[in-house]
Design a protein around this ligand. Structure first.
Ligand code: SAM
Length: 276
């Protein structure tokens, strides 16, 4: 990559709204991560990719279990101009939103445009599907929303340095080598500081998955690599991940649930084997 291309890629940011986005973490990360110190960067729960875009790694493997999300990243990587052209062709109105929501396109770039359009025009940007796997988030009345096409082009330039794979996190661990950096941001299984399980992602990420993740962390360390895990600050999680590495807790104000949201203070857990 030329220096000019590197600086374009550096200024990109997420082009999707994503639940659990890690924008709030970026300032903290800068205190202990210098991406130049690592070989490859891995993000097995990429979601909207706040940390990936912020760190702008020159060599990355990003993955997620959400197939449509991964196909969207791949389409932006290979032909962002075509995706942008397709988004341009979609109208911003309620009727048109539901028309697009009820369709699937065989063309990968049109389908990526659909994914980005629905994500930005929907009520809260959450990715939610019904029992038949159909996206079912209602219209968000964001008729004046302006798509940031310039950012999509910048994001494409960064994604050109990444392998983008649809897979479960347990498979992502196979590719990790000495001196790589792995950022792990799983869905939170337990509610913050309360003794319960979050119902909406019970099936998506179970307590058993949290145990598998703890095991994956051991494998990352055995490979001679570094990791940063974010998770809910909850006693069960502290116990599962208690491996002798540094555990930090960060208090933050959080807005959960779109327009009718409540604000609250939540503690988030950060576990890492990077020594400050
Ligand atoms: C909290 S979000 C990541 C948010 C991301 N850090 C951001 O800034 O937008 C968790 C992601 O994990 C993905 N996921 C859930 N279960 C998974 C699994 N078993 N393997 C890989 N990805 C999974 C979800 O699809 C979701 O995109």
């Amino acid at each position: 990559m030329t220096e000019a291309k590197k600086s374009i890629a550096k200024n990109s940011k997420p082009f999707l709204r994503w639940a659990g986005g890690k924008k709030w973490l970026l300032k903290e990360l800068d205190k202990f991560v210098d991406i130049k110190n690592y070989n490859s960067y891995h993000e097995p729960f990429i979601g909207g990719g706040a940390v990936f875009f912020h760190l702008s790694p020159q060599n990355a493997i990003i993955s997620d279990i959400n197939k449509e999300l991964i196909e969207t990243y791949n389409a932006i990587k290979t032909n962002p101009e075509e995706v942008i052209k397709q988004i341009h062709s979609f109208e911003k109105s309620k009727d048109y939103y539901y028309l697009i929501r009820n369709q699937k396109f065989s063309n990968e770039f049109k389908e990526a445009a659909r994914f980005i359009y629905l994500n930005q025009m929907s009520f809260n940007g959450l990715y939610r599907v019904n029992s038949r796997g159909e996206y079912n988030v209602p219209y968000g009345y964001r008729n004046n929303y302006q798509f940031d096409f310039d950012n999509i082009l910048k994001a494409s330039s960064l994604l050109k340095n990444a392998q983008i794979i649809h897979q479960d996190f347990t498979s992502s661990i196979e590719n990790i080598r000495n001196n790589d950096l792995v950022f792990l941001d799983p869905p939170y299984t337990v509610t913050h500081n309360l003794n319960g399980f979050i119902h909406y992602n019970k099936k998506l990420f179970s307590l058993e998955d949290q145990f598998k993740l703890a095991d994956a962390i051991n494998r990352i360390k055995n490979a001679g690599a570094y990791y940063i895990l974010t998770n809910a600050a909850h006693q069960t999680i502290r116990e599962i991940f208690n491996n002798g590495d540094k555990m930090y807790e960060i208090d933050r104000a959080s807005l959960i649930g779109g327009k009718n949201a409540k604000r609250g203070n939540y503690a988030e857990l950060i576990l890492t084997n990077i020594v400050l």
